[in-house]
Design a protein around this ligand. Sequence first.
Ligand code: S3P
Length: 442
Amino acid sequence: MRDPSNTFKTRPLLHGGHLSGNVKVPGDKSISHRALLFGAISEGVTKIDGLLPAEDPLSTANCLRSMGVSISSIEKGQIVEVNGVGLDGFQEPEEILNCGNSGTTMRLMLGLLVGRKGRHFVLTGDESLRNRPMKRVSQPLKLMGGLINGRSNGNLAPLSVTGKSLHGAVIGTPVASAQVKSAIILAALTADGGTSVIEPARSRDHSERMLKAFGANIEVGGEMSRHIKIWPGSKLKGQSIVVPGDISSAAFWLVGGAIIPGSKITIENVGLNPTRTGIIEIMKRMGATFELINQKDIAGEPVGDIVVEHNKQLKPFNIDGEIIPRLVDEIPILTVAACFCDGVSKISGASELRIKETDRLKVITRQLAAMGAKIEEHDDGLTIYGGQKLYGCEVDSETDHRIAMSLAIASIMAESDSTMVRSNAASISYPDFWDELSRLLI
Ligand code: S3P
């Protein structure tokens, strides 16, 4: 768990310099959570190579351990072994399951626990997570016969789950959210009868890919692959998983390399699943200078290296519609990129950002505006006026990992030095971020 005394540490951020060299980003956070969860509900051992050793996946691992799943220690560079207990094997935990800062842990866990008949579970998290909406998951799970209670009419943690027998259902989700979709899929694995989930736009598909590899009976089809069908009854078998690098962590180097004069950087082993590569499409529209090399498939996920170089004539961009779920976590760093594009960029249809670890539309606007950026905040997006100079000041991650790393890149481009309050938030998804930044910035 995060050390609160560190969380408030103020870090000096020097302006100037450029990014140079090679960087291997840590394992994909979404895939790391799923590898632990699916390993836990399988029979036999799952070996995970490249698991992200950061606070969020540790929250998932600790919840699973509290329910009798044995998981080897999670350390950088080590293969993690999960001893699966099978689909119905979780013990009733003696303690409250603490999901920390992790929305993925809480939402996917709800899907897993709701059908564990005769057992009772209580889930909570840190202050940010206790204020994030859970009804988007508890509501569809109730349609399947689930019983979930919590503050604010079942919307806010702490939440209690009373395991019930579930029945299959046809569920249209109102938001394109992989967390909601995955929770329903996990509940459907032990429901009585088949379940269909239809999303308004396609969200990341790591659950579908990985569960299929573990032996689940899942079919993806329909227009734009938005319709997922799940049939219960298949036993899941432990697998060997290789976790690719996280494109959401690579995004900071990708944008940094493109906007910081003199930069050239190679980002190795980046996951390039098409449900995650919205940022690559936007970088192309910006006219950024980059190349994808060494592309291959590893354990069911496409990966490659990205070589990016500074380009002083970046074009502004508009983002809206179906691309949003494919770059939802990259919007803070794309906002930084837009500050250095030649013209006005617009982001719309992104109201989901208001319910992430922080209200990211508000927080990125507040922090970049303090540095001198000109950004207008709308209900569902931002208008960013490129070409304004940024000046060093005291910035604040406001406890959000992606805001911390976005501001770190912005501060290099500022005219003077900055400091960052609560910089340790980065360790939620990228524990080595600050060390890597010192290494790459010359
Ligand atoms: C995630 C899905 C996304 C993303 C989050 C991780 C996942 O959330 O923002 O960081 O692992 O499923 P939503 O699916 O709620 O948009």
